[in-house]
Design a protein around this ligand. Structure first.
Ligand code: NAD
Length: 434
């Protein structure tokens, strides 16, 4: 199929690359010239495991190309994906300006029947509004499909190539778009995972519902961890006891420093704002957000409790900056708030992340030191804060760590170490609820 993807960020790039991998002819269009120029010369713009390999192969095979000319990219395509950003706007509302821009371009440009696929996470009613805008600009036939994306950064290629499900929101009578969407996704659903058709409104809600549910589990576990801390229980033991219950399951039961990233906080706020517009109390989700905001401040409080309110003269190391492992995405990363809090209290910091150093530099500037390696950040440190659970931090050379540090104090924001083991080695250990 001839496909255009508008928006070549974390989602659009993966969508474009994976659709070309299954044999489609794909053009990815973005208004960001630097991004397009890098991608055209086969340089990935985000860190995502497996991406470079697919990017190289499909560029070489000429199934994939990139452009800043969005109008030309849309012309003559059977499917046009909208994968532009939908960042938070004022009052938790979604900033839809990029979606409307892309919609307008599509309406002004299409010259034949086109399926417009909404990949971006968008509020209820967007598909309807997109249809109205395009209708007002063209007399060509088109369909609008809501097709929310569930990929996870850090595992995005695998998630897109083998999705748990594909959700397609359509108008019930739109058999033409239904057949095209089924054919498009057939190569990705060979293991029998479901292709779920539903109303567009349900598809739009589904994405917000999933992210809000996951955020709720995280906040629940974070609050429970704090309770365990006070009660003298070990949340890791409690978590295991919970996770074997098939009604609960083991995933998303890991307490930590709070959730971040470009999706959970934004989608939670968007659902709260949409609820309040419709006159529905969203107080559970309000609490999820509040618990998360508190959790992001927990580590700084613990460091101050250990060393005193004034941290001047104290050197801290921070391991892990991205909002989660295997990505360079720093959007809403808890590390930012933790680092800001430690700096405000006077600490001197050296930070390390396997891939997010460049992105972090753009946010933190020269207010922190950037270590070339994890151990280098520890040199002369009074404490270490582990913020992101990258695999390489899980089994380091603890003796070397202890020798490098001035004081062996660890604030483990992801519970990747065992208290008993660390204390045996002579570390002062602070976990989250354990
Ligand atoms: P992003 O900010 O990484 O990428 C958005 C891209 O769109 C940018 O490259 C930007 O230059 C481009 N863009 C903006 N306006 C444009 C326009 N008018 N024309 C052409 N290009 C334009 O965002 P992302 O993380 O890829 O997210 C995209 C959407 O997918 C959002 O709605 C997000 O909520 C949703 N989503 C994200 C994830 C994720 O893990 N990042 C997962 C599922 C869904």
């Amino acid at each position: 199929m001839r496909i255009c993807v508008i928006g070549t960020g974390y989602v659009g790039l993966v969508v474009g690359v994976c659709l070309s991998e299954s044999g489609n002819d794909v053009i990815c269009a973005d208004k960001d010239e630097e991004k397009i120029s890098r991608l055209s010369s086969c340089k990935p713009t985000t860190y995502e495991p497996g991406l470079t390999h697919y990017l190289e192969r499909n560029l070489r095979e000429r199934r994939l190309c990139f452009s800043t000319d969005i109008r030309s990219a849309v012309k003559g395509r059977e499917l046009v994906f909208v994968a532009v950003g939908t960042p938070p706007g004022p009052g938790g509302q979604v900033d839809m300006s990029s979606v409307w821009d892309a919609t307008k371009t599509i309406g002004e440009t299409i010259g034949q029947y086109t399926v417009v696929v909404l990949k971006s996470t968008v509020p209820v009613g967007t598909a309807k509004r997109v249809r109205e805008i395009i209708s007002s600009l063209t007399d060509k036939e088109f369909s609008v499909v809501s097709n929310p994306e569930f990929l996870k950064e850090g595992a995005a290629i695998a998630d897109f190539m083998k999705p748990d499900r594909v959700i397609v929101g359509l108008e019930p009578e739109d058999t033409r778009a239904r057949e095209i969407m089924r054919e498009l996704y057939e190569p990705f659903l060979r293991t029998g995972k479901p292709f779920l058709e539903m109303s567009q409104t349900s598809a739009e809600v589904c994405k917000y519902a999933c992210n809000s549910m996951l955020a709720t589990r995280i906040s629940f576990m974070n609050q429970l961890a704090n309770f365990c801390n006070a009660a003298g229980a070990d949340v890791n033991e409690v978590r295991k006891g919970m996770g074997v219950d098939p009604r609960i399951g083991p995933q998303f039961l890991f307490p930590g420093v709070g959730f971040g990233g470009s999706c959970f906080p934004k989608d939670l706020s968007a659902l709260i704002a949409a609820g309040s517009e419709l006159g529905v109390e969203m107080d559970l989700l309000d609490a999820v957000r509040e618990v998360n905001n508190r959790q992001k401040r927990l580590i700084v409080g613990r460091v101050k409790k250990h060393f005193g309110e004034n941290l001047s003269g104290k050197k801290g190391a921070v391991w892990g900056l991205s909002f989660k492992p295997r990505t360079d995405d720093m959007r809403e990363a808890p590390s930012i708030l933790i680092i800001e809090g430690l700096l405000a209290a006077g600490a001197e910091l050296a930070v390390f992340d396997p891939v997010a150093m460049e992105a972090a530099r753009g946010i933190l500037g020269d207010r922190v030191g950037y270590a070339e390696r994890d151990y280098e950040a520890l040199r002369g440190a009074n404490f270490l804060v582990v913020v992101t659970e990258w695999n390489e931090f899980r089994r380091p050379d603890f003796r070397r760590m202890k020798e490098s540090m001035q004081e062996p104090v660890i604030f483990d924001g992801r519970n990747i170490y065992s208290r008993a083991y660390m204390e045996r080695l002579g570390f002062v250990y602070y976990g989250i609820g354990c």
